[in-house]
Design a protein around this ligand. Structure first.
Ligand code: ADP
Ligand code: MG
Length: 449
């Protein structure tokens, strides 16, 4: 267990009569990587200014390694803590190199000149922030994003134990945002740098930070892992926005999708999904989609975005549903291109059916090659699985089997299946039924797939 690096104890801070921080308390361990989030004016910058001693709190105290921060000599503090604030107070014609060298001043004694070691630290900081090529340029001639990277370089040259960043990526394009956050994360991992960064981008915050502190009205509103903090209820309470929480496709971290606002129409083929589900429930429901011919693709995307555990099959390699499944990283029962579903694939499909909580039969065209997929849906229903059949107007024009497909579909519809008109309705049913599906599976919350 790492030691407490910073303890923030009952901090209260105001500007005149405006109370900006109101009894803020939390602890940061050595090597923590913490994101501060919260709406505009909630107090993030004030908190960072207080921790960096730009502001004095009216009440409460801050301990750095157990020592009262207010008792540190300025130079001692500067050796341990570096700050990149939102306001870059650089209006003079310094070159980038000179600005970054200022980061070394706390490490030099009064009339000492910089040594080779200091120049090397400056060079490293320039290199890490991608500003080496700007070294000789006057900072006044840089773009906002370049200047932001220079200020981060200066903080790194300071070689601190604690790095405070106030919206370090706000002026950067996505490429540089990721570069900066990757770099800071690496310093955190490799050198144990303790990092506290205010970020207004919730999705970046959820992706990069191990712990998040959500600030609202000068108070800590929520604190914990991204999954604990980035919830639809917390976001609604803090920001007043209706959002859908999904999982990042690679990392599994929560991601926020905005729901309120215009332009959310669900065009044809759109499977954006109904009102947000209780994410944790949905994320444990295993859905097997029987698709093909591109009819399953929007549904697959919708299910994955909503956080369901999804499998699909049998799909011919190269089919557009197959392409979509690959893109989404879904397990697919696959058959060779343009060929009939064989017995082997059919059995694999039945295995996948067995391993899932619910089966969805997409509005697929029926050919002689994929009748086995209808068969699998029938067997699923017979085995007592919940089967949702997407079916707007019967098999009709999507039957290319001279009636065999239609008869099989009718056979399926006689069983206790649920019929949905379209993808959206199917998703709605899945969200509504998630709790009972889980209860039926008798699976503990910890069970994986
Ligand atoms: P955030 O960084 O989360 O947007 P701030 O810490 O900047 O929030 O602001 C918190 C509150 O303090 C707001 O009500 C803001 O208006 C006020 N505030 C911030 N800076 C100043 C200042 N320099 N003078 C007076 N009030 C301020
Ligand atoms: Mg701010």
């Amino acid at each position: 267990m790492a030691s407490i690096h910073l303890a923030i104890c009952d901090l209260t801070c105001s500007y005149g009569s405006n109370i900006a921080l109101d009894g803020v308390t939390f602890q940061i361990r050595r090597g923590d990587f913490v994101g501060l989030i919260g709406p505009n004016g909630s107090g993030k910058s004030t908190l960072l200014r207080t921790i960096s001693r730009v502001l004095r709190p009216q009440l409460g105290e801050i301990l750095l390694d157990g020592q009262d921060l207010s008792l540190f000599k300025q130079v001692d503090l500067a050796r341990r803590m570096a700050v990149v604030s939102q306001e870059n107070p650089v209006d003079f014609d310094f070159t980038v190199e000179e600005i970054v060298m200022m980061g070394r001043y706390p490490h030099l004694s009064r009339f000492e000149r910089e040594k080779p070691g200091d120049l090397e630290k400056v060079r490293q900081a320039l290199e890490m922030t991608g500003t080496l090529s700007l070294a000789r340029r006057p900072v006044t001639e840089l773009s906002g994003g370049e200047r932001q990277r220079v200020m981060i370089a200066r903080a790194l040259a300071q070689d601190p134990e604690v790095l405070l960043l106030d919206e370090p990526t706000s002026h950067l394009d996505i490429g540089h945002q990721i570069e900066i956050l990757d770099m800071v994360k690496r310093l955190n991992k490799d050198r144990g740098l303790t990092v506290i960064a205010a970020l207004h981008d919730l999705n970046l915050a959820a992706l990069y930070f191990d712990r998040l502190i959500l600030v609202k009205d000068g108070k800590v509103f929520a604190l914990g892992t991204p999954v604990e903090v980035i919830t639809k209820d917390n976001i609604r309470a803090a920001y007043g926005s209706e959002v859908l929480i999904t999982r990042h496709i690679l990392s599994g971290r929560p991601q926020v999708v905005l729901l309120s606002g215009e332009g959310l129409g669900s065009g044809p083929g759109s499977a954006a999904g109904p009102a947000p589900p209780a994410g944790w429930r949905v994320s444990r429901v295993r859905v097997h989609v029987i698709g093909g011919g591109g009819m399953g693709a929007p549904l697959l995307e919708g299910l994955v975005n909503m956080g369901f555990q999804v499998t699909t099959g049998v799909l011919n390699i190269g089919d557009s549903d197959w392409e979509m499944a690959r893109t989404l990283g879904i397990d697919v029962v696959e058959a060779p291109p343009f060929s009939y579903i064989g017995e082997k694939e059919h059995l694999q499909n039945l295995e996948a059916v067995k391993g899932s909580d619910v089966i969805v039969l997409a509005n697929i065209p029926f050919g002689n090659g994929n009748l086995k997929n209808l068969e699998a849906a029938i067997q699923a229903a017979d085995s007592g699985k919940l089967v949702i059949v997407i079916n707007d107007r019967g098999a009709g024009r999507r039957d290319y089997t001279g009636g065999r497909g239609t008869r099989k579909l009718e056979q399926l519809l006689e069983k206790p299946v649920i019929v949905a008109r379209d993808d959206r309705e199917a998703l709605e049913i899945l969200v509504q039924r998630a709790p009972e599906l889980l209860a039926a599976g008798h699976r503990s919350p910890a069970a994986g797939h």
